[in-house]
Design a protein around this ligand. Structure first.
Ligand code: SAH
Length: 347
């Protein structure tokens, strides 16, 4: 098959929204394969064969927010809530660095129990003892808190825009405004955090145009990391009856995002591997270059139920399997911290 339109789009440097929509709408197997191959070439050009591993600690499942799609939402009274102590968090960070990983992601619901000073203490202790890159993924907080945590040594902040459609954003976030979310991301970037954004694919009411806008918004925001992750229903949320995201659309989104965004880190997410066996490998083959192994200790991890059937494993066994998989697909574990590709270009 010789689709010249597809070829000409793939080799353009600035894709229009219509061209992005064309790629996301491909249905012919051969054409989709061409899209994936091209995304993989772009990944190789900008990221090389290194796959960066970020060890994640889900340290609290308390949340002040009530996002309709999320199992951690404050209205979910069925979830058993937990908080890890400062010492537990620090020793888990030690396990991550001991396993050779160079980034620790601290993730939680929006939980103000962890005050400005407590989060600072945790960041400082982890940095002093183990010196990894630290990513915070703890929701929307005050500007004074962001300032303090940057000073304490945090390197990166993940705060997904979730959906670029303002109406959908307000529907799913109790009338909150997308504009306000974006203002947080812009502020984080301004004070020197490497920032991560991204979407959820497959929210009810979302169109393919919205997904094209998600990719374009990541470009406009000039984020360093972008996560395109499939929706999976949580049994204890209002969206419990909604089917999970389409896997092909998720993979196409990752591929198109790589082609449009070039030098960003894109994870093959746990949600993707929950949706399909071998999901991480599939993601890595169509443009992703990051994996976030979960180090949350048992029994806490069983209660970090953002969505149902979240994949769970022993992190050290998982790392062994992962390394074998990476060799099989011609990739390797990144030995460095895997900072923003944009910073590296500017150095
Ligand atoms: N509270 C923090 C981080 C924890 S939630 C924050 O709001 O940033 C981490 C991510 O889980 C969210 O950004 C969201 O994109 C994702 N998520 C939540 N519910 C989900 C679901 N049902 N399916 C897929 N991803 C979901």
């Amino acid at each position: 098959m010789n689709n010249t339109k597809l070829k000409s789009i793939l080799y353009k440097s600035n894709l229009t929204k219509d061209e992005i929509l064309y790629l996301l709408s491909l249905t012919e197997e051969e054409e989709i394969a061409q899209l994936y191959n091209h995304a993989d070439e772009i990944r190789k050009k900008y990221c090389g064969d290194d796959v960066h591993l970020r060890g994640i600690i889900e340290f609290s499942n308390y949340c002040d927010q009530d996002c309709l799609y999320c199992g951690l939402r404050r209205s979910n009274k069925k979830l058993e809530r937990y908080r890890m102590t400062k010492d537990e968090i620090i020793s888990t960070a030690g396990m991550i660095t001991q396993a050779g990983l160079k980034t620790v992601i601290l993730q939680s619901g929006e939980d103000h129990f962890y005050s400005k000073s407590l989060v600072s203490d945790i960041i400082q202790s982890i940095k002093e003892k183990f010196d990894p890159a630290i990513t915070l993924s703890i929701g929307e907080r005050g500007r004074d808190e962001y300032d303090e945590w940057k000073k304490a040594g945090a390197d990166r902040y993940l705060l997904k825009h979730e959906t670029a459609n303002e109406h959908l954003y307000s529907t799913y976030h109790q009338q909150e405004k997308l504009k306000s979310r974006l203002a947080h991301i812009k502020y984080l970037k301004k004070i020197g955090f490497q920032t991560g954004s991204g979407n959820i694919i497959g929210l009810p009411g979302q169109t393919i145009e919205d997904i094209a806008d998600d990719i374009l918004l990541c470009k406009e925001m000039d984020c360093d990391m972008c996560s395109f992750s499939p929706f999976i229903p949580s049994n204890d949320s209002p969206l419990r009856k909604i089917p999970p995201a389409n896997i092909d659309l998720t993979l196409k989104t990752i591929a198109v995002a790589r082609i449009v965004l070039n030098d960003v880190h894109i994870p093959a997410t746990t949600a993707l591997s929950t949706l399909i066996d071998g999901g991480k490998e599939l993601g890595l083959k169509v443009g992703a270059n990051v994996i976030m192994p979960n180090f949350t200790p048992l029994p806490y991890r069983e209660n970090y139920q953002i969505y149902k059937n979240k994949k769970t494993y022993d992190p050290l066994e998982y790392l062994d399997e992962l390394k074998v998989m990476l060799v099989r697909i011609g990739r390797k574990v990144g030995k460095e911290k895997g900072h923003s590709l944009k910073l590296m270009l500017n150095q």
